[in-house]
Design a protein around this ligand. Structure first.
Ligand code: FAD
Length: 327
């Protein structure tokens, strides 16, 4: 394997899980690698993982603490030039996803996103078109920047080593970062690292046996479960689309929660679907969920047809009330 640069950035002064996964991939490949870290507290973070690396670099300071294209691109360019490694592995997180294609243009490099495997002979596997197509390819162009899909690699065990060489990077910018605004108006309920995914379907807002809808109780049962178990909350498309149709809705659900063909394909060890029919365009988003269970009143629902390991033919309101007592 050619020499690799593992290019990382900090989040709140720490290396996130996806950074350790990218480092894990470089270590698994078994060749020579450098480490470079940018962002707040980059030098300290780099030293925590520099054991085993050849050279180690960092760019830090107020200008590089926040996510901003101009400064992120300048820092990454300097780090890649300092290492000179022909192959660059970086986690495919928002900050790098935005900055690194532009950096590749400046360096005359090739860049690939959504990389899920790299083999020592230089071939990579990557996704196209929202994970529907997986391709294996090689490129002759160097440098070659590879953005590694979070969740696709086992994380490295951090091993401290020598302090990094801190590079002075100057970059003029007219953009001031004032903060983030997020479409999630309420509390954070999407937790990619949680062991359990809890999916709510449109059934929660439908008329129940007594002929009435019980949206408030549904909201209470779901949120209480999510808070107590710290699981991640997902939704079917029908449920998040309801708001556009003026029907009763669960206010904490947005399209970001949608799992499925036109939503996300999260990676959790377990999944529990409730009041969700289990149609193919939804279940295709469950491809990485290892153990699947569903609660549905309908013994002929989609989950029963081989899409779940266990289906409880039961009223989800009753099941969740019992679960609340047990928790
Ligand atoms: C091109 C295309 C792309 C799509 N992409 C997606 C996608 O990304 N994600 C997605 O989710 N869908 C997607 N869909 C839509 C998908 O086909 C289904 O329409 C949708 O998933 C249905 O949502 P649902 O199961 O929540 O609702 P419904 O089909 O209305 O099912 C509600 C279920 O709740 C059950 N139920 C009701 N009350 C209770 C109760 N008290 N206890 C237990 N069970 C109860 C009912 O038995 C029923 O099975 C797509 C469709 C198309 C055509």
């Amino acid at each position: 394997m050619e020499k690799i640069l593992v290019l990382l950035h900090t989040v709140d002064g720490q290396l996130p899980q996806a950074a350790l996964e990218t480092l894990g991939l470089a270590q698994k490949l078994g060749g020579e690698y450098d480490v470079a870290v940018m962002g707040a507290g980059a030098a300290a973070a780099a030293q925590q993982v520099s054991g085993g690396a050849g050279k180690c670099f960092a760019v830090e300071g107020d200008a590089f603490a926040v996510s901003r294209y101009a400064t992120d691109a300048a820092a990454c360019e300097a780090l890649i030039r300092a290492s000179g490694a022909p192959v660059v592995l970086a986690p495919d997180m928002m900050r790098f996803h935005r900055a690194l294609p532009g950096v590749a243009e400046r360096l005359g490099a090739a860049v690939d996103t959504h990389v899920v495997a790299v083999s020592p002979d230089g071939a990579i596997d990557r996704w196209f078109y929202r994970q529907r197509i997986e391709a294996s390819l090689r490129r002759a162009q160097r440098p070659w920047i590879l953005l590694v899909e979070p969740g696709s690699q086992p994380a490295a065990q951090p091993q401290a080593g020598a302090p990094p060489e801190v590079l002075p990077v100057a970059c003029e910018t007219r953009t001031t970062v004032e903060g983030f605004s997020t479409p999630l108006a309420g509390e954070q309920t999407i937790r990619p690292d949680a062991p359990l995914l809890f999916v709510a379907g449109a059934g929660w807002t439908k008329k129940q046996r007594d002929g009435a809808v019980h949206v408030e109780e549904a909201a209470d049962l779901i949120l209480d479960f999510v808070r107590r178990t710290q699981c991640s909350l997902g939704s079917s498309k029908s449920l998040v689309d309801l708001s556009g149709e003026g029907q009763a809705v669960l206010p904490f659900l947005t399209h970001l929660h949608q799992v499925g063909q036109t939503g996300s394909s999260p990676r959790h060890r377990k999944g529990l679907a409730t009041c969700c029919h289990g149609e193919e365009p939804h279940v295709v988003g469950w491809r990485f969920i290892q153990e699947r269970r569903a609660v549905n009143l309908d013994p002929n629902c989609g989950w029963v047809r081989g899409k779940a390991d266990v289906v409880y033919v039961a009223d989800a309101f009753e099941v969740m009330r019992e679960l609340r007592k047990l928790l």
